[in-house]
Design a protein around this ligand. Structure first.
Ligand code: AMP
Ligand code: ZN
Length: 460
């Protein structure tokens, strides 16, 4: 039975979907810059969740949004619009920025073997749905209007902040933030009016007589409900989303429908941290997948690195830790290639290994334990090599490491030529030349292993 840790109840609970298809919503990227590897850790965790559901033979309907508008630089509805900031930085239009970084994000997730959602939805394609949800909230008495926008009145919702265990009274007493015209410190913008004379690249007509743009939480409640229904199974994001973004999404959805709980299961991934500092989308802590590729790390080494920690544990990034992950990933590869190339007889009964693996993944996605189950099967000498390879490939439906493709990477002609030259040198017993060629091959990222009947070339 699949159990998942639900932030809503702060307990691990057995998961059963509301309907025959699991409805899953994952908060997507704000497309004003590349995703950093911290963001990507969260998408990898969500991908593991989806793959575990599929492994359990569930059908999954997965929706991910693209935030391409109105996301201000601070959680308090203040600061600059991130999209406009990105456009100014690069001398492009906001639309070009959104298109470019959406594509960059999709390229990154494909390189990491993250499965595409069934539906990608952009905030700018759903302005009408967002306006309609704000109008419903208005009708239900949850809003008020100030000179700069339409706000959600959080004092009108008894259990506002329940998921974040927010203490409203203490928040009120301790509020030192400049509240402007807000009635309560936790109130937030649903719709912002464009300022007089401000020339905004993205603004829309609204029923509030002034053009403007949506607040940054409304897109997720409006779009998830459009595609998944008024109540659905699972909603995910990073832990930073609990106290503001998800708290406010819940307020909007439950305020609009009166149905509770809006979402059955809330899952949150812990952060990737860099020397204890928060990974940020600016400054030197901004590492992208390309930064890793530039240092010759296969993106799948990063995926493997993420699998070595439970998603609810903080993960410390360092180049040393990534190097250790590369070694771990390579040793799985080497072992599998060895099993493929050297067939051994043995039993085909992998039942106990399958059970151990299922227990691990179903225990709130315990991937370190699942990797241990993979190693147990690879090392089980009572099994035939075919059974071990087949089981590893079956487990890879969850890992997503491309195990079935190991060994089939094409070796460039230049490398095979060097290997042939080395083989000739060996036959001529020219060991110095043979060693020199092995080093050249290694520098180019390939390893060569000598066998009785020849040699095996592998990408490192
Ligand atoms: P954003 O584009 O800022 O909305 O972030 C995209 C996703 O990445 C969200 O689910 C965040 O919670 C998550 N996130 C942000 N920073 C980190 C980090 N350092 N480690 C893991 N996840 C993060
Ligand atoms: Zn969201």
């Amino acid at each position: 039975m699949l159990t998942l840790y639900n932030t809503l109840t702060r307990t691990k609970e057995p998961f059963t979907p509301l309907k025959d298809v699991v409805s899953l919503y994952t908060c997507g990227p704000t497309v004003y810059n590349y995703a950093h590897i911290g963001n990507l850790r969260t998408y990898i965790f969500e991908d593991i969740l989806k793959r575990v559901l599929l492994y359990n033979k569930c059908k999954v309907n997965h929706v991910m949004n693209i935030t391409d508008v109105g996301h201000l630089t601070s959680d308090a509805d203040e600061g600059e619009d991130k999209m406009e900031k990105g456009a100014a930085r690069e001398g492009k239009t906001v639309w070009e920025i959104a298109e470019y970084y959406t594509k960059a994000f999709q390229d990154d997730i494909h390189k990491l073997h993250i499965l595409d959602p069934d539906t990608w939805c952009k905030a700018t394609d759903h302005i009408q749905e967002q306006i309609e949800q704000i109008q419903t909230l208005e009708k239900n008495g949850f809003t008020y209007t100030t000179s700069d926008g339409v706000y959600f009145d959080t004092s009108k919702l008894d259990d506002y902040g329940e998921i974040a265990l927010l203490d409203k009274e203490n928040l009120k007493a301790g509020a030192r933030v400049d509240m402007g015209e807000k009635k309560n410190p936790t109130d937030f913008a649903l719709w912002k009016f464009s300022k007089e004379g401000e020339n905004r690249a993205m603004e829309w007509e609204s029923p509030w007589n002034k053009s403007g743009y949506p607040g940054w939480h409304i897109e997720c409640s409006a779009m998830s409900m459009k595609y998944l229904g008024e109540q659905f199974d699972i909603h995910c994001g990073g832990i930073d989303h609990i106290s503001v973004h998800h708290t406010n999404e819940i307020a909007q959805a439950e305020g609009a429908t009166g149905k509770k709980p809006w979402v059955q299961f809330w899952l949150h991934g812990e952060f990737l941290v860099l020397d204890k500092a928060k990974m940020a989308k600016s400054g030197e802590n901004f590492l992208t997948l390309q930064t890793l590729v530039d240092k010759e790390y296969d993106p799948l080494v990063y995926r493997y690195f993420c699998l070595t920690a439970h998603y609810k544990q903080q993960l410390q990034f360092s180049w040393e830790a990534l190097e250790t992950a590369r070694n771990g990933f390579e040793s799985i590869k080497t072992k599998l290639l060895d099993l493929k190339e050297n067939s051994v007889e043995g039993s085909d009964d992998v039942t106990k290994h399958e059970a151990a693996f299922l227990e691990a993944v179903n225990d709130d996605l315990n991937m370190p334990q699942a990797l241990a189950a993979l190693w147990a099967v690879l090392r089980d000498d009572s099994l035939s090599s075919e059974a071990r390879v087949a089981t590893a490939e079956q487990f890879d439906a969850v890992f997503g490491l491309g195990i079935a493709d190991f060994g089939s990477e094409e070796i460039p002609e230049e490398i095979t030529k060097l290997a042939e030259e080395r083989e000739t040198a060996r036959k001529e017993k020219d060991w110095a030349k043979s060693d020199e060629l092995r080093d050249t091959i290694a520098e180019k990222g390939y390893s060569i292993e000598d066998k009785k009947e020849g040699y095996i070339l592998r990408k490192k």
